[in-house]
Design a binder for this molecule. Structure first.
Ligand code: URP
Ligand code: ZN
Ligand code: ZN
Length: 489
């Protein structure tokens, strides 16, 4: 007898769609067998007839319990509520950020330790961290080898936000150290100088409302920074980079061009660039603040380009960039920027970010635009590969992969997203009223059913989620890669 058998379902991986039974022993996938053949072999059996069984969702862009980094406001979700929301949305692993801002005595190792203290014992899903690296100091870069020993194989750097922004020279230093240690550098590509200048111009013209957030960060500012990031990567002998939360046509085209030339440029996009537009920032009163994130949602033509980029592989991953702030909260949420002088707020002080860890998978599945194998690639397997979780995560390989699964029943639901149905600790969702035709029926984490939509909802336990040590990315670090050579420049 196996501990758990999933019978009669259609198994979907990044490569295949096939009717297969799945047997689980303890925390691992034990066996794949012909459909129906294991129906009597499990201590517990889930009959998934008519359903799709996929590797659990992996969301590698989640902000939880971060201090105020991007202006005013603090994240509304902690590790408990954020990871609870994650499993309800079909995710089994999240990777969040351990922030290291400028001018502190903290170091990459110390922020990992501090963030681990926030997460340990609190999580419903498995978890890991990227270092959010606001400095390129020698001391910080010297810790990269120990970071790898601690199972951390990625850092995120910023080309904007005063508390975090790195100059081009600093970015080069990070890339060089990252390359030497097989650490993947995620880059937030927006030109901070230009957006500060535009913000000052908008304020001088007394344009303060949420919609002007969009005018302060036009697409060219993202495309320019994207181009610059690609140039800096090529200067350090084509060091792999991953451009995060890409939103617009121009940046997408530049990334595609670099990939076509064989450069190791990876990219991520997010549901807000598929389902929202800049018009959502122009809702009555202050409502537009609910959709203020950076880069901002763009236009319909950008949405189309982003869908195409997911289909053709320009974007390896679709993450949520879950970065929630309460809306109706003048202490630490979106309304911190409303004053007597500025009754519609002051867009430059609206905390940037949206909740979305729970809605990512359902929105992507319900849109019906991506082949099922592609959907698994962009929501799970590619993230596992790029962030060093594969094949333990993001795959269904007997004897090797954790039994992390999400089960869907297509075409059976007619659901409207409301904030009430979600499990985060945030008072709104930007997708309120959005129709979806699918929602994960079960989420299974290391052999345990943790989300049972029709029978208890959250059935997992806080603290079951584990810290997962990550390795180097699969496939991007070439043993025979050229060395960075000053004389060859
Ligand atoms: O607006 C956003 N995306 N906030 C989160 C911070 C970041 O840059 O990812
Ligand atoms: Zn960012
Ligand atoms: Zn983010």
């Amino acid at each position: 007898m196996y501990d758990l058998v999933i019978t009669n379902g259609v198994c979907v991986t990044a490569a295949d769609v096939a009717p297969l039974d799945i047997a689980i022993q303890g925390e691992k996938i034990a066996l794949l067998a012909p459909s129906g053949s294991l129906a009597t072999e499990g201590a517990r059996v889930i009959d998934a007839e008519g359903g799709y069984v996929m590797p659990g969702g992996i969301d590698c862009h989640v902000h939880l319990q971060e201090p105020s980094l991007f202006g005013k406001g603090t994240s509304s979700d902690d590790y408990e509520s954020g990871s609870r929301s994650a499993i309800a949305g079909g995710n089994t692993t999240i990777v969040t950020f351990a922030p290291l801002v400028k001018n502190t005595s903290a170091t990459p190792l110390s922020v990992i330790r501090d963030t681990r203290a926030l997460a340990d014992g609190q999580c419903y899903s498995d978890f890991s961290f990227h270092v959010l690296l606001g400095t390129a100091s020698q001391q910080a870069l010297q810790e990269f080898p120990q970071l790898r020993e601690e199972g951390i194989s990625s850092v995120k750097i910023y080309m904007t936000y005063q508390a975090l922004q790195l100059k081009d020279g600093d970015i080069l230093s990070v890339l060089l150290a990252a390359r030497e240690n097989k650490i993947l550098t995620m880059i937030h590509a927006e030109n901070g100088e230009v957006l500060d200048w535009l913000t000052n111009q908008l304020e001088a013209a007394k344009l303060f409302a949420p919609k002007y957030h969009s005018n302060s960060r036009p697409p060219i500012l993202e495309a320019e920074a994207t181009n610059r990031a690609i140039a800096l990567s090529s200067l350090i002998a084509d060091t792999p980079i991953l451009l995060v939360h890409v939103s617009d046509v121009g940046a997408t085209a530049r990334i595609r061009e670099a990939q076509t030339h064989g450069q190791p440029i990876m990219a991520e996009t997010c549901p807000q660039y598929l389902f929202l537009t800049r018009d959502d920032l122009d809702k009555p009163g202050f409502e537009g603040a609910k959709c203020v994130c950076s880069p901002p949602p763009r236009d319909k033509k950008d949405q189309e380009a982003i869908w195409t980029g997911l289909e053709n592989g320009t974007f390896a991953i679709l993450s949520s960039d879950h970065c929630p702030f309460r809306y109706d909260d003048a202490e630490s949420g979106k309304k911190t920027c409303i004053t007597d002088e500025h009754p519609v707020g002051q867009f430059k002080y609206i905390p940037n970010g949206l909740p979305g860890v729970e809605t990512r998978m359902s929105l992507a599945m319900s849109a019906g635009k991506l082949e099922l194998t592609k959907l698994v690639q962009v929501t799970s397997t590619n993230a596992a590969k790029l962030y060093g979780l594969y094949p333990r995560k993001g795959a269904i390989i007997p004897g090797i992969s954790d039994a992390d699964l999400t089960i869907w029943y297509p075409g059976k639901l007619d659901l409207t997203v409301t904030n009430e149905m979600l499990h985060h600790d945030t008072d709104y969702t930007p997708y309120e009223g959005q129709k979806v035709n699918n929602w994960p029926r079960y989420t299974i984490l290391r052999g345990q059913v943790v989300w049972d939509r029709d029978n208890g909802g959250i059935v997992g336990h806080k603290g079951y989620g584990q810290f997962i040590k990550r390795d180097a990315a699969v496939g991007i670090w070439k043993e025979d890669a050229e060395k960075f050579d000053l004389e060859a420049l």
